[in-house]
Design a protein around this ligand. Sequence first.
Ligand SMILES: [Zn+2]
Length: 291
Amino acid sequence: MRLAIAALAAMTFTTGAVAQGTAPLFATTKVEGTDNVYIFRYQGHQAMFVVTPAGVIATDPIAYGRPQAAVTYVDEIKKITKAPIKFLIYSHHHYDHAAGGKPFKDAGATVIAHNQAKARLTKLKGKDVVVPDQGVGNKHTIRLGGTVLELHYTGRNHSDSSLVMFLPKEKIIFAVDFNTLGAVPSRLAVNDSYPIEWEASLKKTLALKWDRQIPGHPGPNGRLGTRQDMEQQLAFMTALSDEIKKASDAGKCFSPADAEVKLPQYSTMTGYEQNLPWNLHRWCGYWGRGI
Ligand SMILES: [Zn+2]
């Protein structure tokens, strides 16, 4: 049952071998063109880690409902370096990314997240979720063994606690769940989301000087995200919001807008048919009911 749910969750975000279940359970890969930036994938989730001579900066334990994923993650890091794991940074507070940090904490890592993630996780006391040691605000810079990693809070989007982790030298960001690489956001992606502010957050993220995005779920055929993906997502959300605002003004939210509104110019995006209704529902809630 748990496996079935995990597989389904993966399918909502990913395409290719991972979604089809033909990929190995986990994989660690070095990001092309970098000396020390890695991706650890376990089933349909993935996280970035950076190896420096002075220690490792890890992100998202991705071990919700499968504590062995975090044990494997730490083992994979140890195969690459003997340097200690200094930091574990959560991309946001949702359990499928943040749960399972104990092996990192046991290895001596300081756990960092946005202030809102720390506040929520302190209150929620979720199973197997390590409460962050340190909360950060709008910007925080980590310097370790010659690597600079900037943590940027670009506002509320898919959650109210999403951090963009930016490697300025490598021009890479690790950004999770709020930019979905050519896919219409899924039910889980819009459930806890902030319409309008999400668009502003994408604009602020685009203002950073990055070329490639490591996503929290493998992209199509495992590829990384591009600025074009994020621009497309922003355009999709702007069109969605405009159409729903019109429907709401005409008294059509939730029904019949949830059946009538279509965005044919985005119909080639992955998951359009399946996921559009969740987006209509969320945006109708926002414009029609102030939710
Ligand atoms: Zn999430």
